[in-house]
Design a protein around this ligand. Structure first.
Ligand SMILES: Cc1ncc(COP(=O)(O)O)c(C=O)c1O
Length: 477
C-alpha cells in the first residue's frame, strides 16, 4: 500500500513534514509536551482541523477523497469515518431514523449501545427474540417469521436494527430481511461491527450487509482491520434515509475534536484491504482451517461450522472467527480463557460458559495459530470429559414496563436481586463481552432472568449493570 492510496493519511504526512510551529490544539503540540518514555512519533500526526487538514464533519479535500474511496470500495453511496467506534454509528443510525417516542424493532442480540441509544433518544424498542443454537448455547440467525410477526404487531415501527455477524461470526440472511423491511418502507440498519473485513473477499466471507440491501451499516475497522481503537465506518446505501439529518447527528454525537490518527487509520485500513485484503484474508482463512483441523484431530473441541449446514436461520459463518466449544469437557469457556492467558500467555477475545472466541486477522503470524492450537490441545489432554448434555437455557425477553428513557430518569434505589422480581429495572444487565442484554432498562425483572444472572455469577462471568454489592437498580414507580 502506498501513502497516496490513503488520501487522509497522505495529507497527514505532508502536514507533518512541514514542521509547523503549533499555536492550535491539541495541547501536546505534536508530542513536544509529552514526558520522556511516551512514544512521541505518532503524536506528530495527532492534529486537528486546520487550513491544511480538512474537517471530518464537513470534508472538502483529503477527507472527502478518502470517504469516496471507502464508499466505492465498500459498495456504498457514502461512507462516514467514525472516531467514536461503531457505538457512535449505532447511535447515529437510530437518531437519523427515529424520533423521540417512536418504535424501533431491535434484535435482542444487540450490543448494549443500541439500548443506551434508546435511553438517550427516547426510542421504544420492540425486540426480536433469537433462538439458541444447540450445544454452543449461542444465538442463531434472525428468524424471518419472528421478524414478520413483530412487524405485524408494530405497524408504526420506524426502523429495524439487527446485528450481523454476531460476536460468534454468525451472519443472518440480510437479503431476505432487507426485502421484508423494504416492502414495508422502513429502513434496515445493520450493526456489522465484526464484519469490516468481509469486503476483502465476498466468496470467502458472508456477503456484506450493504451489498444485500441494508440501508445503513456500521463496521468497526478497529475490530478486524489494521485500524486504531475507535476507528469505524458508517455506510449509507439508501433512498429511505435523510442524509442531511445523518450528517447532523454524526456531528452531534461525535467529538468536535476528532482524532485524525484514528480517522487516518480507518483510511489506511480501507486502502490495505483494497490493495491486498483478498490474499491476506485467504491466508488467515487457511490458518484458521489448519487450526481447526489440528484441534479437531486431537481433542473433542467442536467448531461452529460443523453444526450448521444451512440450519438455525444462519445464512453463513465467518470462518476466520475462531469459536471453540468445550462442552464435551468438564470445564467452562471462562476457565479455558484464563488458562490460555496465565499458562500460555495468549489473550483471547471472549469466553462464555461453553465457548472461547478468538479473533484472527492478517496481523497474526502463522506461529500465533500454532501456539494457540498447541495450547488448546495440551489443555484438553488434562481435562475430564463430560457426559452431561450442555444446558444453559436462553433467558426469555422480559416484558417492557416503561420505556428505557422513562426508567432511566425515574427515581430509583438499589436492591438485592432476589427482591427485585416484579420491579422495573433502571439498569441494563449484560455479561461483558458480548454485552448482549439480559435485562434492559425499563423491563420488568423476572425470576428466570435473576436465575440466569445467578448462574452466570457462579461461573464467574463478568457482569455489568449491577452495583459493587451485586444489587440491581429498580425504578420506584
Ligand atoms: C456487535 C457489536 N456492536 C457494536 C459494538 C461497539 O463497537 P465499538 O467498540 O466500535 O464502539 C460492539 C463492541 O464490541 C459489538 O460487539
Amino acid at each position: 500500500m502506498l501513502f497516496r492510496d490513503a488520501p487522509l493519511f497522505s495529507m497527514l504526512n505532508q502536514y507533518v513534514s512541514k514542521k509547523r510551529i503549533s499555536f492550535s490544539m491539541p495541547g501536546h503540540k505534536g508530542g513536544q509536551g509529552m514526558p520522556k518514555g511516551f512514544d512521541k512519533k505518532l503524536l506528530k500526526y495527532d492534529v486537528t482541523e486546520l487550513a491544511d487538514t480538512d474537517n471530518l464533519h464537513m470534508p472538502k479535500q483529503s477527507i472527502k477523497a478518502a470517504k469516496k474511496l471507502a464508499a466505492d470500495f465498500f459498495g456504498a453511496q457514502d461512507t462516514h469515518f467514525l472516531v467514536n467506534g461503531s457505538t457512535s454509528g449505532i447511535y447515529a443510525m437510530l437518531a437519523a431514523t427515529a424520533n423521540p417516542g417512536d418504535t424501533v424493532i431491535l434484535d435482542r442480540a444487540c450490543h448494549i449501545s443500541a439500548i443506551n441509544a434508546c435511553i438517550i433518544l427516547g426510542i421504544k424498542p420492540v425486540f426480536i427474540f433469537r433462538e439458541i443454537m444447540g450445544r454452543f448455547s449461542i444465538p442463531m440467525g434472525i428468524n424471518q417469521k419472528n421478524l414478520i410477526d413483530v412487524l405485524d404487531e408494530n405497524h408504526d415501527a420506524k426502523a429495524i436494527l439487527i446485528t450481523s455477524p454476531s460476536y460468534y461470526g454468525i451472519a443472518s440472511d440480510i437479503e431476505t430481511i432487507s426485502k421484508i423491511a423494504r416492502a414495508r418502507g422502513i429502513p434496515l440498519l445493520v450493526d456489522e461491527a465484526h464484519g469490516a473485513h468481509f469486503a476483502a473477499d465476498q466468496t470467502l466471507f458472508p456477503r456484506t450487509a450493504i451489498s444485500q440491501g441494508a440501508d445503513l451499516t456500521v463496521q468497526s475497522a478497529h475490530k478486524t482491520l489494521n485500524a486504531m481503537n475507535q476507528a469505524a465506518y458508517l455506510h449509507v446505501n439508501s433512498d429511505l434515509i435523510d442524509k442531511n439529518r445523518l450528517v447532523s447527528v454524526l456531528a452531534m454525537l461525535q467529538t468536535s475534536s476528532p482524532s485524525y490518527l484514528i480517522a487516518a487509520s480507518a483510511d489506511i485500513a480501507r486502502a490495505d484491504l483494497a490493495a491486498a485484503g483478498k490474499k491476506k484474508w485467504q491466508n488467515v482463512y487457511n490458518n484458521c482451517e489448519e487450526l481447526r483441523r489440528k484441534i479437531s484431530s486431537k481433542t473433542k473441541v467442536d467448531f461452529i461450522s460443523s453444526l450448521l449446514n444451512g440450519r438455525y436461520n444462519v445464512d453463513s459463518v465467518d470462518e476466520t472467527r475462531i469459536v471453540m466449544n468445550f462442552s464435551a469437557y468438564k470445564t467452562t469457556g471462562f476457565e479455558i480463557g484464563e488458562r490460555l492467558r496465565k499458562e500460555y500467555n495468549i489473550d483471547i477475545e471472549m469466553a462464555d460458559i461453553f465457548n472461547v472466541v478468538a479473533i484472527a486477522t492478517p496481523a497474526n503470524k502463522a506461529s500465533d495459530f500454532s501456539r494457540l492450537s498447541k495450547a488448546v490441545i495440551s489443555i484438553c489432554e488434562k481435562l475430564s470429559e463430560s457426559d452431561e448434555e450442555p444446558v444453559f437455557p436462553p433467558v426469555p425477553i422480559p416484558k417492557m414496563g416503561i420505556t428505557p428513557q422513562q426508567a432511566f430518569y425515574a427515581k430509583g434505589r438499589n436492591i438485592r436481586l432476589d427482591e427485585a422480581i416484579g420491579r422495573v429495572s433502571r439498569s441494563t444487565v449484560t455479561a461483558y463481552p458480548p454485552a448482549v442484554p439480559i435485562i434492559c432498562t425499563g423491563e420488568i425483572i423476572e425470576r428466570q432472568s435473576i436465575e440466569y444472572i445467578e448462574a452466570l455469577k457462579k461461573i464467574k462471568a463478568e457482569l455489568i449493570g449491577l452495583n459493587a454489592n451485586g444489587f440491581i437498580s429498580i425504578a420506584e414507580i
